[in-house]
Structures are given as C-alpha cells and as structure tokens.
Write a protein of this length. Structure first.
Length: 333
C-alpha cells in the first residue's frame, strides 16, 4: 500500500514539475449569477479579464438575490458584480458596515432608475402607429385607480393587472407593499410572471400590439433601449417609509448598484482589487450591449465579448498594468 502511495505521489510531483507548478498555482474565482441579464454579462466581462489577464479560473454560481448575497458574506461566493444596495439595505449594512465580511468596490454603472412603467403611447398616443392617447391624465401611481380597466387582468377582470418583479427578488415584496401603500389593492391584481423572460415578453408583446401594460422594470435593460416607456411618478423617496416593517409608499431611491467582494477573498487576492474598483460602465453602454444580446439572440458570453471589443477604450483603463492589458487583448483576438 505504501509503495502504491509512493508511486502516486511521484506521479503528482512529476506532473507539477512538467506544468511548471501550474496545478498548485491555479486560482478560482466564483461569481454569483443572479437571474437577470446585466449581472450575468458583467460576470463574464470581469471573468474574461480575470481569466486571461490575472490567471484565475472563473466559475458562475446561480442564485437569487438573498441566498446569493448571503453566500457572498459567508465566502461561498467571491464576487457579486451587482449589489443593488437599496433593495437589500439591511443585509448591506450588516455585511459591509457591521461585520465587514464584504467590501464595497464602488458602482458598476451610475445610479439606476427603477419603478412602474407603461408604454408612452398609453399616455401620448402614437400617430405613426395610429394609436390615440388612452390615458392622457395618467402621470402618477395615484392616477391608476381611474384607469384600471385599461390594464384589465384576463384572469380577474374586475381588477387591472400589475406585472411584478420575479418571486425571490427582494423588490418583488417591496412592490406588493407599494400596492397596499398606494391603496391599489381594490383595483389591481399583482401578477407574478415567474421569470425575467416572461416579464419582458409580457411588456414587449403588449407594446408591439399597441396594447396597454403596467409593469415593474429597471435600467439598464434592453427593453429601455428599444421601447419608448414612461415611468410613473411616485411620492419622493422618504427614508422614513423605506425599510423592514415600513410601508415603502414612496419612489425607489436612486438604485446604487455596486461591485462587492468577499473580504477574505480580497485579502488573499489583492492584485485584482484595483481592476474591480476601476470597473465602471455607463447606462448607455449597458443598454446597447443588452440590446445586442436580444437582437442577435446572443449568449451572455457573446455579449461580454461584444462589449470588450466595442468598448476597448473604456475597459483598458480599468487595468493598471500594461502586460495584463496585453494578455486580455491578445485573448480577444
């Protein structure tokens, strides 16, 4: 038995020598793959750079918001490319502020709008499409009771339908509380689409048919780059109404969407911190990349490659070391 163990050890040592020690040096980085397209694309952009520039092997772990961020704080996940801070404020204050198990590396794109949207033609009409204004007085969430019949729920025709966020997203429960806070429970039915694809399909199909639709959505997303949508007004954001046990009866705060890294992983891999801290994109770049993904039926990997080729002047500034930049550029070829 000892002789066999000795042979196996000798083979492993030989392999390490032949590979220049690469087996021992292989580094893994795990990104949390939340269920929306933009974060999956940013995971692949950062993953491509870390793989080809810094020698990491990227892995992508699927999870919804709460379990994914819990994994980040516990070290099961190394990096989250999109922490929607104000949707998970209690978690953020604990993980980043109190326990310091996660480090905030700054915004991945500027403060992101989110809210309740309708096609602009519902309010203003669309002369080219021959659509007359359906709800010219619809400006605010408080106007919705007057127009509930426009958004009639086919499964509950006594109420209008509001397309909510995806179950499992923190904002899903926030929207349910908003419905109650705005006194809309008697006139609107909350509909759970089940997936981001189903939510997008509901919006696009109604839009293309010239039909009204009321839905939660956010930016950046390809829909906002391709469709003319209007976000309904809400009472100004009020921190006294926002948080666990509160009504949420006000506008969403401008969403801070930041890069987060597990503290222990950051200590072990300090060479990547500058790159991740410099990582920042614009809403326009995101909308364009996500629209490309939709129009070309591209994968998130293909969208990431498109982004890196299209915005070379932007991402090369994230990487301070010239040799590292050259490695990534060479891999793109």
């Amino acid at each position: 038995m000892k002789k066999v163990s000795g042979i196996i050890l000798a083979v492993l040592v030989s392999l390490l020598c032949m590979s220049g020690g690469s087996l021992a040096q292989e580094k893994k980085v795990t990104f949390v793959d939340f269920s929306w397209n933009s974060v999956q694309m940013h995971n692949r952009i950062a993953g491509f750079v870390l793989e080809h520039g810094y020698g990491f092997k990227p892995e992508y772990l699927f999870a919804e918001s709460v379990p994914g961020l819990t994994g980040l704080a516990q070290g099961d996940v190394d990096i989250a490319m999109e922490m929607w801070i104000d949707n998970v404020l209690e978690w953020y204050n604990e993980a980043v502020g109190e326990k310091k198990t996660v480090i905030d590396l700054g915004p991945v794109f500027p403060d992101s709008p989110q809210g309740w949207y309708v096609p602009t033609f519902v309010i203003e009409g669309d002369e080219e499409r021959g659509i007359e204004p359906m709800a010219p007085g619809l400006k605010s969430v408080h106007d919705l009771p007057e127009y509930w019949e426009l958004f009639k729920d086919p499964e509950n025709p006594k109420k209008g339908r509001f397309y909510n966020a995806i179950p499992g997203w923190v904002v899903h429960d926030i929207n349910v509380k908003k419905i109650e806070a705005y006194g809309l429970s008697d006139t609107y039915q909350v509909f759970d689409p089940g997936s981001q694809t189903a939510l997008a399909t509901a919006i696009v199909s109604n839009y293309n048919r010239g039909k009204p639709v009321l839905a939660y959505y956010w930016e950046p997303e390809w829909i906002m780059g391709m469709l003319d949508m209007t976000r309904l007004e809400e009472p100004p954001y009020d921190p006294e109404k926002w948080g666990e046990g509160k009504s949420y009866g006000c506008a969403f705060p401008a969403a801070r969407v930041h890069v987060g890294i597990n503290t222990e992983f950051a200590k072990e891999n300090p060479e990547i911190l500058t790159f991740l801290a410099n990582y920042e994109t614009s809403l326009e770049q995101n909308n364009a990349a996500l629209a490309y993904m939709q129009q070309e039926e591209a994968t998130v990997e293909e969208a990431a490659t498109w982004f890196l080729k299209e915005y070379e002047d932007a991402w090369t500034k994230w990487i301070p070391d010239e040799e590292t930049r050259k490695k990534v550029l060479e891999a793109l070829k």
